[in-house]
Ligand binder design. Sequence first.
Ligand SMILES: Nc1ncnc2c1ncn2[C@@H]1O[C@H](COP(=O)(O)OP(=O)(O)O)[C@@H](O)[C@H]1O
Ligand SMILES: O=c1ccn([C@@H]2O[C@H](COP(=O)(O)O)[C@@H](O)[C@H]2O)c(=O)[nH]1
Length: 294
Amino acid sequence: MSLSPILSKVRVVVSCGILSVKISRNNFYTHKMSEKPAEHANTNGFECKTPFLIGVAGGTASGKSTVCQRIMEKLGQQHKEQTERRVVCISQDSFYRTLKPSERLRAERGQFNFDHPDAFDDKKLLSTLKDILAGKKVEVPEYDYISNSISHRSHTIYPADVVLIEGILVFYFPEVRELFHMKLFVDTDSDTRLARRVPRDIMERGRDLEQVLNQYMNFVKPAFEEFCLPTKKFADVIIPRGADNFVAIDLIVHHIWDIMYKKRPEINGCNGHLEVDDANGRRMSGSSEDTLSR
Ligand SMILES: Nc1ncnc2c1ncn2[C@@H]1O[C@H](COP(=O)(O)OP(=O)(O)O)[C@@H](O)[C@H]1O
Ligand SMILES: O=c1ccn([C@@H]2O[C@H](COP(=O)(O)O)[C@@H](O)[C@H]2O)c(=O)[nH]1
């Protein structure tokens, strides 16, 4: 199946930088792309041989990680070894700062605000993203939600074509925000998010119901409204309903595909033939002459 019809559609929507255009009955909107120097206007500042950096923001349990997972799957990356991956995903949670002893005690009692920008080491996040953009290999630690701290385990992030970074406040810090070539905001209603967060925090993050609800009411909800929600305006694309929005994810994947492999087959010296799945799970592959075989 040829990608041409859908790619041409995506190109019209995205490269014209159309402001808030509703393109389907599935409420998928595009917003004006970031203001960048004219020579990079079509690709949000993306330059050949730098990874295409995508920020994915949204409230807690909105489905940010799941959306990133879907994008990776659709780009055929899920079965690849880490060193072979051309699309990688990092969580902003890996950049929570080390707590002082008194803060650690408060965290243990559920009285520390992990949803406030001050909870993050934004300088470390910025320098890591700059290293990634410079094509360097970086180490990103895993975050341990049980001990409320960075764990001893870490992942090596090898130079890749596309790097997704997801987190509640990835658009909050201006210097970090400016690095993204594409900004996505996962917009899932707060009832759904709370309904997902409660079982997740109990089953995966070692909390009890009272703790989860107290933390949500005292910190998570107010901080979402004060710090996270206002960053929605910076998004290029807003994804209502998160990973359930197959059309939005499909269009985003095709746009990434278009930028990374069709317009720029020389990227990273890659001569890859890329296959992607459409919304119905049908496998499609690039057939144009500028998509080369790996
Ligand atoms: N579309 C969906 N339908 C049902 N459950 C979902 C959906 N998206 C995410 N979830 C579940 O909700 C929880 C939070 O999702 P996740 O992607 O981790 O959100 P975030 O990264 O925004 O915190 C997880 O348990 C996940 O399995
Ligand atoms: O030690 C911690 C660190 C973070 N949290 C909560 O996690 C979410 C962010 O993760 P999502 O996957 O985006 O939900 C944030 O709302 C913090 O409240 C925590 O509880 N403990």
